[in-house]
Design a protein around this ligand. Structure first.
Ligand code: AHR
Length: 505
């Protein structure tokens, strides 16, 4: 079979929201402590922030930061993390069976976001052990300029200017039995409509995210969304989706089709949202915040939480997955898939950022380095962060996938970048076959000049970057790319199990 693509830069699907390049930073393991913040490290600056990590975060190109969780948030008291550091309490973190020292809180996060390049905060609220009152308190503390108890407290704690947080997650994965204070769909939907109404009494212009399903396979998936949207359609602006995938032993070929499931998940949530819109007889448009997505080997050793009534470690090594080149191809495919829904996916967060299932690793005594998954994210962000996704016509050979059925061998997205150039991002999902990909460019206003063509591939599908060999897997030039100027046809060889990007001027 052939793999072909036809591009016409007149046909636009939607604008890429920079927020699609967000991340989740959870107070979990060495994500914050030892990741972002480590006052004792030789790599840190005067605020205790790791400079080597900040440098890589900028290179990665992330935009919004969802924080402080994740599961952690459902037991979090935000006021523990503000005020003089030596007076902050140590608390049990029940989600990860750890001790939270609260040395890093809202003010530290705000300073870190500034240093990382003025990133935007997506604040997650505790709707597990808490509710409306603490949400309103945090909102007052963060966003009211001055003159009230909590706004004055913020000023006394060193922040004269309000934080002006626009994006708020109304809880985290409240459909999951593992979630502290989890709720059934009706309980959650009613809570959302009350909390949202209260928050909007303080500031009607906030953007609020309701929890959708924790993953596509949840037993309550579909009904959960329907119930939420029945009660609270007009109260929220976005519905969340979360999804993690991993390769079972010997199943790399199946795993390479994971983005097909993500795509179906997004399509089904859009249908549920729009059915809710019809029932609500509303003009309001609700979109998707895919605010946790990644490859995560959930059942593996690094994800086992500590145990024992007398064992609550501070910042233990947790969820420190080391990613292979195949994991990175799948991550690249997830980003392609999110971009292909640019008309409805308006925010997304790779979960997470540093050490904890992250594209960046920060060893205790060594310099931070890029995991394999860093590359497709950074390259995609570099070119398309604020471009226009084009409607294209594509043809690909079909692969029969054990889990997901018929899947396209080649998946791609094309973006008209801000500078007028084109970025084509592609994956070859075949575990063992390379393919020639032909792109018809006649409808494009470009000079057929290839600025860059890069591919992520390795003969060993399980090759990884490690502290001792941090550059084992890197992006390489793809020298097979050619444009026939007579026919305006570009061709490129996509190796088996690979991710690629081309930029054309
Ligand atoms: O990212 C790790 C965990 O995955 C988060 O805490 C939770 O929200 C999800 O289940």
């Amino acid at each position: 079979g052939e793999a072909k693509l036809k591009i016409d830069s007149n046909y636009i699907l939607g604008k890429v929201e920079p927020r699609v390049f967000g991340t989740l930073i959870e107070q979990l393991g060495r994500g914050v402590y030892g990741g972002l913040y480590d006052p004792d490290s030789k790599f840190s600056d005067g605020d205790g922030f790791r400079k080597d990590v900040l440098k890589l975060v900028k290179e990665l190109g992330v935009t919004t930061v969802r924080w402080p969780g994740g599961n952690f948030v459902s037991g979090y008291r935000w006021e523990d993390g503000v005020g003089p550091k030596d007076e902050r309490p140590r608390r049990l973190d029940l989600a990860w069976h750890s001790t939270e020292t609260n040395q890093f809180g809202l003010h530290e996060m705000e300073s870190w976001l500034k240093k990382a390049g003025n990133l935007e905060l997506m604040e997650a609220l505790n709707l597990g052990t808490r509710g409306l009152e603490s949400a309103l308190d945090l909102l007052e503390y963060a966003n009211i300029p001055n003159g009230t108890k909590l706004s004055e407290e913020r000023i006394a704690n060193g922040a004269k200017t309000p934080f002006n947080i626009r994006l708020w997650c109304l809880g985290n994965e409240m459909d999951g039995k593992w979630q502290l204070g989890h709720l059934d769909a009706t309980e959650y939907a009613k809570k959302v409509s009350k909390v949202a109404a209260g928050m909007r009494q303080l500031d009607p212009s906030l953007e609020l995210i309701g929890c959708g399903s924790s993953n596509h396979g949840m037993e309550t998936f579909g009904k959960w969304e329907d119930t939420l949207l029945n009660y609270a359609y007009d109260s929220i602006d976005l519905v969340s989706c979360h999804a993690y995938y991993h390769a079972d032993p010997g199943e790399l070929d199946t795993f390479l089709g994971s983005a097909v499931d993500m795509d179906r998940f997004i399509g089904e949530v859009i249908s549920s949202i729009d059915a809710g819109k019809a029932r609500a007889k509303s003009d309001h448009i609700v979109n998707i915040s895919f605010d946790e997505w990644n490859v995560w080997y959930q059942g593996s050793e690094p994800s086992k939480t500590p145990e024992g009534i007398d064992n609550w470690p501070v910042a233990p090594h947790l969820l420190e997955d080391v990613y292979s080149v195949t994991d990175a191809v799948v991550v690249g495919d997830f980003l392609i898939t999110l971009l292909k829904h640019a008309d409805r996916v308006k925010a997304a967060s790779i979960a997470q950022l540093v050490n904890v299932i992250g594209p960046i690793m920060a060893p205790e005594d060594g310099e931070a380095y890029r995991q394999t998954t860093f590359y497709p994210f950074a390259e995609t962000a570099k070119y398309v962060k604020s471009g226009l996704v084009l409607k294209t016509v594509a043809k690909s050979p079909i692969i029969m996938n054990k889990k997901y059925g018929e899947t396209d061998m080649v998946n791609s997205v094309t973006v008209k970048c801000e500078d007028g150039s084109l970025a084509i991002i592609m994956v070859n999902r075949s575990i063992d076959k390379s393919i020639n990909f032909e792109v018809e460019l006649s409808g494009c206003e470009v000079n057929n000049e290839i600025v860059e063509a890069k591919t992520l591939h390795d003969d060993d599908p399980l090759a990884k970057n490690t502290e001792n060999n941090p550059n084992r897997v890197v992006l390489k030039d793809n020298n097979s790319v050619l444009i026939d100027t007579k026919s305006n046809i570009l061709s490129i060889n996509l190796p088996n199990d690979s991710w690629s990007i081309i930029n054309i001027k």
